[in-house]
Design a protein around this ligand. Structure first.
Ligand SMILES: *Cc1c(COP(=O)(O)O)cnc(C)c1O
Ligand SMILES: [Zn+2]
Length: 425
């Protein structure tokens, strides 16, 4: 099962997976590499949750202790409020009444397990990730099931949001980076750790296991709908999830079991920090950026903080710009007020709470209707990337995550190395 090669669209060559996410020939400037699976047909297997798509995941085996599952259903309540006839929802979160069992409450819980499983199969014994919060939670979750040392870099100021329904396992080391730092600073810091301390980078948007793990949300949606949607809605920070969905739709079309066209992507960001919307809506092939100071100021005003990646993979080959071109896509900016009020409407009409990013996606659906980018009869897939946090705390106790190390982002890596050695004896 899960036989695959890696493929670089830049030099058009196949190569074996040596746990690198970079083409040996094109390097860091090359396009996103993809996985070329031996199995070309869409054939869901019998395993629980996302592992049923194992023949389209870059690992050979699965871990049956992990049962994370996206739930798909046809909306009646929220759809009726908006007057939509064919609104389908993929819900990745906690909603036991609907069999949604993700205790970290977002679709990041689908990225982490395949990343660990692939690392295990490639005999990798450590991984470094940077996170604003949700990725960290998902990787803490998956780390419970693998014997791999995980280093997680999180901005210090995000810790109050880091509460879990389980204890962080012992193979995890949490590094809080101080003061001014935001998510992007954490990414840069994690990069220094991997370069200078010889640790293994998880790979971010380039990580094929993350993309194909998230791509299972789209597969689950299509498995339920038995067709591709006309439109796909998702809130984006890096855009990795949207790239994953696009790649899934191409794989499905490649099987000849489905007819096109490839679904139109409707991506959304939270005002006032909307670099992907600004760039796409100005027809720019390059990411438009403001001064760092203005970016940080804008980020402070954002409700859905997970959407505030300052360096999204926009202009890289196979990145956000390319998938928007390929699908004649749209990118919306949604205000905090819009997001919150639509979020309330969703909760009232569907019966489950949403994380802020999912409120932004729901807000963009309303904008698309108002601007007639979609019509009421169209088949629409709304990716609810996270929800059920309030529902979760009805069933579990909160455990506050604490950092193992707190440091400034100017710390020398030699010094960090000594601290790490002391910590682990
Ligand atoms: C991370 C995240 C997103 C954005 O995903 P990207 O792949 O970074 O675009 C959206 N919603 C939720 C709940 C997330 O945690
Ligand atoms: Zn190449």
């Amino acid at each position: 099962m899960g036989q695959y090669k890696l493929y670089c669209p830049g030099c058009k060559t196949n190569f074996d997976d040596a746990f690198s996410n970079i083409c040996p020939c094109c390097g860091n400037a090359g396009p996103l590499i993809r996985v070329d699976y031996e199995e070309k047909m869409f054939k869901p297997l019998t395993m629980t949750g996302f592992w049923k798509y194992l023949n389209w995941l870059p690992c050979k085996d699965w871990n049956d202790k992990i049962k994370s599952q996206t739930v798909v259903y046809k909306s009646s309540g929220f759809a009726k409020e908006l007057g939509l006839k064919n609104l389908f929802i993929t819900f990745s979160g906690y909603w036991p009444e609907k069999n949604a069992n993700m205790v970290t409450c977002t679709f990041k819980e689908l990225e982490a397990p395949p990343t660990f499983q692939r690392a295990k199969e490639k005999c990798i014994d450590n991984l470094v990730i940077a996170s604003a919060g949700n990725t960290a939670k998902a990787f803490f979750f998956a780390a419970q099931y693998y014997n791999i040392n995980l280093y997680v870099v999180v901005p210090r100021k995000n810790f109050d949001r880091l509460v879990l329904p389980f204890e962080v396992p012992d193979n995890v080391t949490i590094i809080a980076v101080n003061h001014n730092s935001d998510y992007t600073d954490s990414i840069i810091f994690a990069g220094r750790m991997t370069n200078e301390l010889n640790l293994v980078p998880e790979g971010g948007a380039r990580n094929i296991a993350r993309r194909d793990g998230m791509g299972t949300v789209f597969l689950e949606g299509v498995h339920f709908m038995r067709r591709l949607p006309d439109h796909y809605f998702q809130a984006v920070g890096s855009g990795t999830g949207a790239i994953a969905s696009f790649e899934s739709s191409e794989r499905l079309l490649g099987s000849d079991q489905f007819t096109g066209p490839v679904p139109k992507l409707h991506l959304s960001q939270n005002k006032p920090f909307t670099p992907l919307a600004d760039s796409w809506n100005s027809d720019s092939e390059e990411l438009l950026t403001m001064s760092e100071e203005r970016q940080r100021k804008a980020i402070e005003g954002v409700y859905a903080k997970v959407l505030t990646n300052r360096h999204p993979p926009y202009s890289v080959g196979g990145g956000v710009y390319d998938i928007l071109c390929a699908t004649n896509g749209e990118v919306y900016g949604v205000t905090n007020e819009e997001a919150k009020s639509i979020g309330k409407l969703f909760e009232r009409s569907e019966g489950i709470d949403l994380v802020p990013a999912a409120c932004v996606a729901a807000g963009s659906l309303v904008q698309a209707l108002e601007t007639e980018k979609i019509s009421q009869e169209d088949t629409i897939l709304l990716n609810i990337t996270g929800g059920g946090v309030e529902r979760l705390w009805e069933d579990f106790n909160k455990i506050q995550v604490e950092p193992d190390i707190i440091c400034d982002d100017t710390i020398e890596m030699e010094e960090l190395k000594i601290i790490l050695e002391e910590l682990h004896g």
